[in-house]
Write a protein that binds this ligand. Structure first.
Ligand code: FAD
Ligand code: NAP
Length: 339
C-alpha cells in the first residue's frame, strides 16, 4: 500500500485536547516499510518530523511545520508461553486499552492496573506510563525502534530504556527513536496489585476480596470513568503535571503548615507530593478562564471547553505553576509533550 500524504491537514481529531492545528504534511503508516518511506519523504521535503500515536499526551500550541507521522501499525502476538510466563508483542499503533483487554482475555495478568489509559502501545514507553501503583516498566521486556540517525533497527532491553517516574531515554532523545513494537512479560498466575486505597475500597464494596486481574481492570475502569473527563466529550490530556518528588525536609515543613498534605515517602528518601492536592489547595480546582479550565473533579486535569488554543492551555498551566511555586516552594513539571 502506498503512502497517501496530505498537505495542510487538520490535527484536531488527532489530539485528545481537541485543539485545532495544521500539519504541513501528514502521513499514516501501517508497516515498517511505510515508516521508512515517510522518513524519506520528510528528508526529500526537508521537513522535521513529529511522530504521533493517539495524541493523548500532546499539547499543540501552533501549527506543525513538520511531517506528522501517525503510527497506525497493527498486530498482537504471543512469542513464547511456558504455561505460566508468557511473552507478548504488540505493534506500536495498537491502542493501549484494547491491547490490555486482549491480554486479560488470554488469561494474562500484569497490565490490569494500566486499564483505560488512552493512546498507543508505541507511545507508552515514552513516559513509562503508570497508574494505581504499576508502571509499564514492571512488565516490560524490550522494544524495537528505528534509529533515525543511522536508519537501523535496534532492540532495547529494559535497562537500556532508562525508565523512571513518567520518564525514559526516549523522552530525552525526542525525535531520534521511532518505536515500532513493544514486548511484555505477563503471567497466567495472578499477582494483583491493590496498593491504592480507592481500588481496594471499590473491590471490597463489591464483596471481592481476592480479585482476578479482569476484576481489577473492571474496577479501575469504573473509578476512572467517574473521575476523569472523557476526551471525546471534554478535551484534555489527562494529568497536566507530574507529581513532584521533593526533599523530605520540605515535605516535613509543608506538613507542619498543612496537616492534610498528601505525601508518599519514596525509596530514595524523597517524598512524592500529590500535585492535584497542591493545585486544589491553591484554589484552582474547577476554575474557568474562557475556553480553558481546571476540571471540577480532578485538579490535575486541564480542559478545553471547545475552542481553546494550545497557547491558552499553556498560559493557564504557567499561572498554576507560578502560584504553586509561590505558595508551597514546589515546582510542578508539565507532563504532556508541548509542541
Ligand atoms: P502521543 O500523545 O501521540 O505522543 C506522546 C509522545 O510520544 C510524543 O512526544 C510523540 O512524539 C511520542 N510518540 C508517540 N508514538 C511514538 C512512537 N511510536 N515512537 C516514538 N515516539 C512516539 N498517562 C499515564 O502515564 N497514566 C495514566 O493513567 C494516564 N491517564 C490518562 C487519562 C486521560 C483521560 C488522558 C487523555 C491521558 C492520560 N495519560 C496517562 C497520558 C497518555 O494517555 C499517555 O502518556 C499515552 O501513553 C500517550 O499515548 P499516545 O499514543 O496518545 O501518545
Ligand atoms: P488518587 O488516587 O486521587 O491519588 C492522588 C495521587 O496520590 C496520585 O497521583 C498518586 O500518585 C498518589 N497515590 C495515591 N495512592 C498512593 C499510594 N498508595 N502510593 C503512592 N502514591 C499514591 O489519584 P488519581 O488522580 O485518581 O489517579 C489514579 C491513578 O491514575 C494514579 O496512579 C495516577 O497517576 C493515574 N492517572 C494518571 C494520569 C496521567 O495523565 N498521567 C491521568 C489520570 C490518572 P501517582 O500518580 O504517582 O500514582
Amino acid at each position: 500500500m502506498s503512502l497517501q500524504p496530505r498537505e495542510q491537514a487538520s490535527l484536531k481529531a488527532f489530539n485528545s485536547f481537541g485543539i485545532e492545528a495544521q500539519a504541513r504534511l501528514f502521513v499514516q503508516t501501517h508497516t515498517d516499510q511505510q515508516v521508512r518511506e515517510a522518513l524519506a519523504l520528510g528528508e526529500q521535503r526537508q521537513l522535521p518530523l513529529l511522530v504521533i500515536g493517539g495524541g493523548s499526551n500532546l499539547l499543540l500550541t501552533r501549527d506543525v511545520e513538520a511531517l506528522v507521522l501517525h503510527m497506525a501499525s497493527r498486530g498482537l502476538r504471543i512469542l513464547a508461553d511456558d504455561g505460566v510466563q508468557v511473552l507478548v508483542e504488540a505493534e506500536a499503533g495498537e491502542l493501549w486499552h484494547p491491547f490490555v483487554q486482549w491480554t486479560l482475555q488470554q488469561g494474562l495478568g500484569g497490565l490490569e492496573n494500566l486499564s483505560l489509559i488512552p493512546g498507543t502501545v508505541g507511545a507508552a514507553p515514552m513516559q513509562n506510563i503508570g497508574a494505581y501503583g504499576v508502571e509499564l516498566k514492571d512488565h516490560f521486556v524490550g522494544l524495537t525502534a528505528l534509529d533515525r540517525r543511522s536508519g537501523e533497527l535496534r532492540d532495547f532491553s529494559r535497562d537500556e530504556c532508562a525508565f523512571a517516574y513518567r520518564d525514559s531515554l526516549f523522552k530525552h532523545e525526542a525525535g531520534r527513536w521511532l518505536i515500532l513494537r513493544v514486548r511484555f512479560a505477563l503471567s497466567r498466575i495472578a499477582a494483583v496489585r491493590l496498593d491504592y486505597g480507592p481500588l481496594r475500597q471499590r473491590l471490597s464494596e463489591q464483596g471481592i476480596e481476592q480479585p482476578t486481574p479482569m476484576q481489577v481492570s473492571q474496577a479501575i475502569c469504573a473509578i476512572r470513568r467517574e473521575k476523569l473527563p472523557d476526551p471525546a466529550e471534554l478535551g484534555n490530556a489527562g494529568s497536566f503535571f507530574k507529581n513532584p518528588q521533593v526533599p523530605a525536609e520540605l515535605a516535613e515543613r509543608l506538613r507542619g503548615e498543612y496537616p492534610d498534605l498528601v505525601a508518599y515517602p519514596q525509596a530514595d528518601g524523597r517524598v512524592k507530593l500529590a500535585a492535584g492536592w497542591l493545585i486544589e489547595r491553591a484554589g484552582w480546582k474547577g476554575c474557568r478562564q474562557g475556553e480553558v479550565g481546571v476540571h471540577r473533579l480532578q485538579a490535575l486535569v486541564l480542559v478545553n471547553y471547545g475552542n481553546a488554543s494550545g497557547q491558552q492551555v499553556l498560559d493557564l498551566a504557567r499561572q498554576i505553576q507560578a502560584d504553586v511555586a509561590q505558595r508551597f516552594a514546589v515546582y510542578l513539571e508539565m507532563e504532556p509533550n508541548v509542541y
